[in-house]
Design a protein around this ligand. Structure first.
Ligand SMILES: *[C@@H]1O[C@H](CO)[C@@H](O)[C@H](O)[C@H]1NC(C)=O
Ligand SMILES: *[C@@H]1O[C@H](CO)[C@@H](O)[C@H](O)[C@H]1NC(C)=O
Ligand SMILES: *[C@@H]1O[C@H](CO)[C@@H](O)[C@H](O)[C@H]1NC(C)=O
Ligand SMILES: *[C@@H]1O[C@H](CO)[C@@H](O)[C@H](O)[C@H]1NC(C)=O
Ligand SMILES: *[C@@H]1O[C@H](CO)[C@@H](O)[C@H](O)[C@H]1NC(C)=O
Ligand SMILES: *[C@@H]1O[C@H](CO)[C@@H](O)[C@H](O)[C@H]1NC(C)=O
Ligand SMILES: *[C@@H]1O[C@H](CO)[C@@H](O)[C@H](O)[C@H]1NC(C)=O
Ligand SMILES: *[C@@H]1O[C@H](CO)[C@@H](O)[C@H](O)[C@H]1NC(C)=O
Ligand SMILES: *[C@@H]1O[C@H](CO)[C@@H](O)[C@H](O)[C@H]1NC(C)=O
Ligand SMILES: *[C@@H]1O[C@H](CO)[C@@H](O)[C@H](O)[C@H]1NC(C)=O
Length: 482
């Protein structure tokens, strides 16, 4: 049973032959998108609020920003270096005690103007440590924080109440390398320093089935607000890389997130039961979804009822050969609404935009706006799916159907695609208000057809010809949301 579940957490098989996009290709893409963009202004059927209220359509992509999601405070009163706390950046000595001492010291400045901990050039090995409020962790140029290779330095903590157990194993879970709970005003930034989780040990334990507890994240913040994560490289997370859960006002900007393309479940960024989260200008390549919006798992997520809402994912690019550019779900039992996904470039991936849910999830996915996505060599550019019997325990409720309503997808171009949209809703709970316009899936075999089950909606200007379920001819208000 456990073995079956473990396999289900992997998105699929590994694909080879990856390369970076050429400038010529990008130019072609921009031209085609510009041409497609012209169509949009000539049609009035699409709801005016698509794209975030209309005004977004007139603002050039490069100028739209996460401003407003994070409130910058005053400069930190105290700035100290990890070396002030006995840190040694030689790539061997453990700095766990140094980081913990530093944070404890800096906690004392929370109400007295805040503090900043600098990490200078060097290789700083450490076990897990917690952050504090009114605090900046600053990685100077050449600074590399390395995750400890001793699992005991990643102690076990309680499972999240919205999951009821560890995501991979029953019971508690390993704490993240960098952790925070109940914080306000936290900045993690620097001059392109690196936080490297050295996750290989954990991936091996997963592959060889010796993992006893769910793997830890590289960075997890719980119950926290006003958070900025920027200008750094995160790599080799044991599990999902950045996990804000029960948080609000989180900005993740100008980050590079890397993991080997076959490293299991190394999602880039997973906003989970969080509101007002803005992710922009990130490059991500990993063995799982680049970004996945979540909100708890089956009966535990339903009981907790903490939605993810007002989420922006913008100017993200990258590759994930077995998973999706942006995933919504599959854990979505607290509800997910008001998500904007725009200006993405996804290449060499299994899926581009994917909505995942299942019987037993309950909750809802609504008002998801996806606009201006370019893809190359993405097997299934647009995919909705209905899960694979992935439940926390026997206590899930087969009658808890998720409600999926109001998915607006526009200005998508995908070249060298393998499949037309594959849209599988749930019997007895069809996905409604699925609206697509100016969607071109190119490079398909002539016989390639849309594959739709239990979905209802409307399309305009899509190639190839959509499935009959999305040729519905209702009134123009069909695509508006109520
Ligand atoms: C953080 O700083 C703000 C403003 O100075 C202060 O009101 C608040 O109490 C501080 N929070 C903590 C947890 O120290
Ligand atoms: C960090 O916080 C977690 C819970 O939020 C706690 O279990 C753990 O003991 C803390 N670690 C340290 C070193 O304070
Ligand atoms: C964080 O939120 C969870 C879920 O609401 C709760 O169980 C936990 O006690 C909270 N932690 C703190 C420090 O408030
Ligand atoms: C992005 O971060 C890099 C360092 O990682 C920095 O050099 C660059 O200036 C940043 N770009 C912007 C637009 O802030
Ligand atoms: C940041 O550092 C990583 C390697 O650690 C490098 O791949 C990347 O190009 C750097 N980014 C910038 C903007 O300097
Ligand atoms: C599984 O992988 C871990 C981490 O690399 C290693 O320590 C352990 O010896 C391996 N166990 C088996 C049975 O292969
Ligand atoms: C990123 O780094 C650049 C260059 O140092 C700086 O101008 C910018 O303010 C930083 N951005 C954030 C969000 O930290
Ligand atoms: C849909 O989401 C967008 C973007 O988050 C928001 O501006 C709009 O108000 C939402 N519409 C409804 C009806 O909730
Ligand atoms: C579409 O997204 C690309 C990034 O993939 C961006 O360069 C371009 O400006 C966006 N187009 C519009 C009209 O915003
Ligand atoms: C469906 O749409 C076509 C073209 O827009 C229109 O001619 C036709 O009357 C519509 N049918 C129904 C049943 O509304």
């Amino acid at each position: 049973m456990m073995e079956v579940k473990q396999q289900l957490l992997v998105c699929g098989a590994i694909m080879g032959g990856l390369s970076r996009p050429s400038w010529a290709f990008l130019l072609l893409m921009l031209t085609v998108i510009a041409l497609l963009g012209v169509q949009i202004t000539t049609n009035t059927v699409f709801p005016t609020w698509v794209g975030g209220g209309g005004s977004a359509e007139e603002t050039p992509s490069s100028r739209r920003s996460c401003a407003g999601f994070f409130r910058e405070g005053t400069r930190r009163k105290v700035v100290m270096s990890i070396t002030d706390f006995g840190g040694v950046g030689d790539g061997r000595a453990s700095n766990t005690a140094a980081f913990r001492r530093a944070i404890q010291h800096m906690q004392g400045f929370g109400e007295r103007g805040g503090a900043q901990l600098n990490v200078p050039r060097g290789r700083w090995v450490t076990g897990s440590f917690n952050l504090t409020s009114n605090f900046t962790l600053f990685l100077q140029q050449g600074a590399i924080i390395l995750g400890s290779q001793d699992p005991k330095e990643w102690p076990i903590i309680e499972p999240l109440p919205s999951y009821g157990r560890g995501r991979e194993r029953m019971g508690g879970r390993h704490i993240s390398l960098i952790h925070g709970d109940g914080l306000t005003d936290v900045i993690i930034t620097g001059q392109n320093g690196t936080i490297d989780g050295q996750g290989k040990m954990w991936w091996d334990m997963w592959w060889n089935r010796t993992l006893k507890h769910t793997r830890g994240h590289l960075l997890e913040l719980m119950n926290s607000s006003n958070v900025l994560i920027s200008n750094l490289t995160f790599r080799n997370s044991p599990f999902w890389t950045i996990h804000p859960v029960y948080c609000s006002n989180v900005v993740i900007k100008n980050m590079t997130i890397l993991a080997p393309l076959n490293a299991p479940n190394t999602d880039g960024i997973d906003p989970d039961s969080s509101i007002n989260v803005c992710i922009e200008d990130c490059y991500i390549e990993s063995g799982d979804d680049l970004v996945a919006v979540k909100s708890g798992w089956d009966q535990y997520g339903i009981a907790m009822a903490r939605p993810s809402s007002n989420i922006i994912i913008r100017r993200v690019s990258g590759t994930t050969p077995t998973c999706s550019g942006v995933g919504i779900g599959s854990e979505m039992s607290g509800g997910i609404s008001n998500v904007i996904v725009e200006d993405l470039h996804i290449r060499d991936s299994a899926a581009g935009m994917r909505i995942k849910t299942d019987k037993g999830r309950g909750g809802y996915i609504s008002n998801i706006t996806v606009n201006n996505i370019s893809m190359e060599r993405v097997k299934i550019p647009i995919r909705f799916s209905r899960g694979a019997n992935d439940h926390p325990d026997e206590g899930w409720d087969p009658k808890a159907m998720p409600k999926v309503k109001g998915i607006f997808i526009s200005n998508v171009i995908s070249i060298d695609s393998l499949k037309a949209p594959l849209l599988e809703g749930i019997e007895g709970a069809p996905y409604e208000g699925i609206c697509m316009r100016s969607v071109s899936i190119l490079g398909l075999a002539p016989a390639a057809k849309w594959n739709c089950e239990f979905v209802l909606g409307f399309t305009h200007g899509v190639t190839p010809l959509p499935c009959p379920q999305l040729q519905s001819n209702r009134s123009s208000s069909w695509c508006s949301y109520s």
